[in-house]
Design a protein around this ligand. Structure first.
Ligand SMILES: Nc1ncnc2c1ncn2[C@@H]1O[C@H](COP(=O)(O)OP(=O)(O)OP(=O)(O)O)[C@@H](O)[C@H]1O
Ligand SMILES: [Mg+2]
Length: 556
């Protein structure tokens, strides 16, 4: 319907001067008129739009009204076109039988008997037009309602799709969670077993390596294998989010710059390393050793994806994340130090991408990939309270974002970490060693004794307290954290109550939260003599309020 025609009157009065007269009257009253010759032309004009129709009885008396009737029946639901019919004879329908037929065909019709007064015609015309305008209003409201309904449908469709995605993500998270629990349990037991193995090999190597070259080779091989097993377990614990994190405020930019050589030697000469650092990025609360491992894992993945060389970009930015920042492992809303590692390599298709963080998922040939690299990075990000996002397309390279929580302002940076504190570990100490697992305790005791210290063993917290009660005094309480009945932290508290000056070294396999072990110096399983020596050094260095420099950041 053409809008400016929607208010006009269509006049069908082919005989005599009727049309002219009626048209003149309507125009005088300010109404717009179009005169038509016959019913087909009337229907044509109706399609363009009309306010009402003025028609004489004789114009439709003998005419074929099928076309008009079809048009009228097909009107949209809001429309009921008004007619003013000028009749020859007046009176009710019973006195004018043909009028009944017109009523049936035309529907919304007002009869006006001739001769009529012009005022009557004008008033009928105006009321027909008013009726028509009300129909137009109804049309607008209907259209609005339809639009609303359409919008609703679309919103329902969008919500349904979002719900389906969320359910799929939830399943993914649950799957990873279950795998994590399983892996965490296995890794924890494995870690415990690894400690006596490493310890025994360590001691045997010292004893026999010089005198027996063959034994030396075998023992070194054994130690190398144990070391690889240790890395594997660390990654498993990382994925399961059960590693003992030693978080501290770290300047990520310095950490990454300090790793440049290490990364370069890991990725080889065909890959250019670019490091981009934004200004004013705050310190992040991370475990520097674990973060280094994560960066190495990502860099090595980048290298493997760029078989013909390319550029590996590591960038550090400050980012604001809102609620919609990402599905699944996106970080909670807030500000983060974002560490991005991107390559221009082969990228991943959707199927690989969706499984990339699954533990043991690897597309690399057997023996080349453990499939634990990304799992560890993903787990670390979650355990730190940050987030992990990965984007990749075949042939377009891969970008991994690690969102790291910002450190509070009242903390110390890496800058303040002293490289090598004055060690008092060379002094001989009396050590009370508590561990409920015999094989771990025996191996640990041997290693500590080999370092020259005096060791007294206890298989439980209560046994240890009994020794103290009997009057024995010790410099160091070295205790396993996870023990039945009384855990290491509880034992430490009770021992400190009796001997306040005793130093405490907690042996940790894994702990859910790092806060549980409080401020005590920790020794992570599995460990060898080197780690024990370092832990003792840290223990006594702390007397001087020196924060230990992370072992792995030391470069020889
Ligand atoms: N940067 C990348 N470009 C292309 N594919 C990648 C990238 N990073 C990971 N992938 C894909 O995800 C899989 C899993 O990666 P992940 O690091 O967990 O294990 P991996 O690299 O196979 O083994 P490992 O880390 O022990 O060497 C890879 O095998 C590879 O298919
Ligand atoms: Mg990898």
């Amino acid at each position: 319907m053409i809008p400016h025609l929607s208010e006009r009157a269509l006049v069908l009065a082919p005989q005599g001067r009727d049309a002219l007269v009626a048209g003149a009257m309507l125009e005088e009253a300010g109404l717009n008129c179009t005169v038509v010759r016959d019913v087909p032309q009337l229907v044509d004009e109706l399609r363009a739009g009309a306010g009402f129709v003025l028609v004489t009885e004789e114009a439709i008396a003998g005419a074929d009204l099928k076309l008009l009737s079809t048009w009228l029946v097909a009107q949209p639901e809001w429309s009921d076109l008004p007619f003013v019919l000028l009749t020859l004879r007046g009176g009710g329908l019973e006195r004018n039988p043909s009028a009944r037929r017109y009523l049936e065909v035309l529907g919304n019709v007002t009869f006006l008997e001739r001769p009529f007064h012009p005022t009557t015609l004008i008033s009928l015309a105006q009321s027909a037009l008013r009726g028509r305008r009300r129909q137009y209003d109804a049309r607008t409201r209907l259209e609005e309602l339809n639009a609303l309904a359409e919008g609703l449908e679309q919103r329902v469709a969008e919500r349904t799709a979002a719900h389906a995605t969320a359910v799929a993500q939830l399943h993914e998270v649950q799957k990873l969670e279950t795998l994590g629990q399983l892996t965490g349990g296995v890794a924890h037991d494995f870690n415990n077993l690894l400690t006596p193995i490493t310890g025994a090999l360590d001691l045997l190597e010292k004893q026999y390596a010089e005198s027996d070259p063959r034994a030396a080779r075998l023992l070194r091989n054994g130690l190398k294998a144990a070391d690889r097993a240790k890395t594997l377990v660390q990654r498993l614990l990382g994925f399961a989010r059960r590693q003992t994190l030693q978080t501290r405020p770290v300047d990520i930019s310095r950490l990454v710059c300090g790793m440049r050589d290490l990364i370069a030697s890991s990725v080889g000469p065909t890959i250019e390393i670019r490091i981009e650092i934004d200004d004013d990025v705050p310190l992040a609360m991370v475990d520097p050793n674990q973060l280094e491992l994560a960066i190495l894992n990502l860099s090595v993945n980048g290298r493997d994806a760029m078989a013909d060389g390319g550029t590996l970009t590591i960038s550090i930015t400050l980012r604001e994340c809102s609620n919609d920042a990402g599905a699944g492992s996106g970080p909670p809303p807030g500000r983060y130090v974002c560490l991005t590692v991107s390559d221009v390599g082969c990228g991943m298709d959707a199927a690989t991408l969706s499984r990339a963080v699954e533990p043991f998922y690897s597309t690399k040939e057997v023996g080349r990939g453990t499939g634990l690299g990304l799992s560890m990075v993903h787990g670390l990000a979650a355990q730190l309270g940050g987030g992990f996002k990965i984007a990749s397309e075949p042939g377009q390279g891969t970008t991994v974002d690690l969102y790291l929580p910002i450190a509070g302002t009242d903390t110390v940076g890496l800058d303040s970490l002293a490289p090598e504190a004055a060690r008092s570990s060379d002094r001989i100490h009396s050590v009370l060693l508590v561990d409920d697992e015999d094989i771990v305790r025996v191996a640990t005791a041997e290693m500590v004794r080999e370092l020259g210290h005096q060791v007294t063993e206890a298989a439980s917290g209560s046994e240890a307290l009994g020794l103290l009660a009997s009057g024995l005094e010790f410099d160091v309480l070295m205790t396993d954290y996870k023990m039945p009945r009384m855990d290491g932290a509880e034992l430490a508290r009770r021992v400190k109550a009796v001997q306040p000056h005793i130093e405490v070294l907690l042996i940790t396999g894994y702990t859910g939260a790092t806060t549980e072990v409080g401020s005590y110096t920790r020794l992570d399983k599995p460990f060898g003599q080197k780690e024990i020596r370092a832990a003792f050094a840290d223990l006594f260095a702390q007397d001087d309020n020196v924060v230990p420099f992370p072992e792995s950041l030391r470069r020889s």
